[in-house]
Design a protein around this ligand. Sequence first.
Ligand SMILES: *Cc1c(COP(=O)(O)O)cnc(C)c1O
Length: 419
Amino acid sequence: MHSSFQYKDEEFHMGGVSLAKIAESVGTPFYVYSYEFLKDSFTAYKEAFSAMDTLICYSVKANSNLAVLKAFSDLGSGYDIVSGGELLRVKRAGGDPGKVVFSGVGKTREEMKAAIEAGILFFNVESEEELHELNSVGIELGKKAPVALRVNPDIDPKTHPYISTGFKKSKFGIEIGRAFEVYKEANKMEGIDVMAIDAHIGSQIFDLTPFVDSVKKLISLADDLVREGINIQYIDIGGGLGISYKLDDKPPHPSMYADIVMKEFSGKPYKLVLEPGRSLMGNSGMLVTKVLYLKEGTAKKFVIVDAAMNDLIRPAFYESYHEILPVIRGSEDKDVVDVVGPICESGDFLAQDRELPKVSSGDLLAVLSAGAYGFVMSSNYNTRPRVAEVMVKGDQFSVIRERETYDDLLKLEQIPDFL
Ligand SMILES: *Cc1c(COP(=O)(O)O)cnc(C)c1O
């Protein structure tokens, strides 16, 4: 755990702030993110890759709160976006569109236009049809759309299938064997300016070998393209570095990742683009929830809390593990329990068969490593307002997204006249 997360007088603190104090002020559940952690994660990447011309493009979908984006842009970060909505967020947060790369298999014409007009660094084009569409948008605007082809290097990143994106059967990218031909075609298009190669092989990756294999393939393709007279300036190797979800997980440090990547790039003329998301934000955040009820069946003990799968879907969706700690340390006695939410689904759990210190109704629990793919994947299922988000910096904290109200939830709905 980061040094800024610790118990002081048995109360769990993020930096100088007690999580119990935040709960008193904003209610539960809430997400809370540490500015210091976010900054240290970014700095670790920046220092690790300092020997190369590198642009770190924080992957906005991991956590797209405006305050988070502002913090990253102040640190010099660029952005990896996957929608027009994320582009708007980057602009609202004061980010530099010139440091934006735009990925995703289903970009619309409107999104393409907005991104060209904003002056993004480049598009990561994921199919030949998309390339033609982008060309036509470029021509219509009288501009050249800056382009990387996202290639699919056919590599198994050895992670959860839902977050593996670079093997042949995945919907992402253009098969690497086809890429050379598509590049030659793209290079002749009037509305396209070819400048980069991109791949993103998956997420929560612990084994560095798949990255090496992918980078080797990208560089070799870039070399072939340059020999063909195609001006490849950037190689974007995507994101995907894993983080610790269990306290004893040992993910590779960005410096190990940097070492193996920079070794492959040595002597090459390309600039490097990275798209880390989870490894910048994941461990910086937690979901704090309150125990509502205890329920003891003959087969299981349940701790029923006020946060649910609509707030943090990762356990239900990926069967992922999140460490859970009591916000106030008390009982030394332990129990094996399922931590479940109020939602009417059996998949609604935050932990199963977990040994936790004994808790009672009203106690607060911190669900760790929830800073990435937490709030952003939350929903209003069961008409549950999405929870508040809070940022902590030093001994200050501030709500960075208010808890939704029932009015927020209902305001777009209407009953038609014919009823
Ligand atoms: C999700 C995503 C990322 C970020 O992945 P992490 O595992 O969070 O680092 C980067 N690039 C693309 C194209 C993505 O879809």
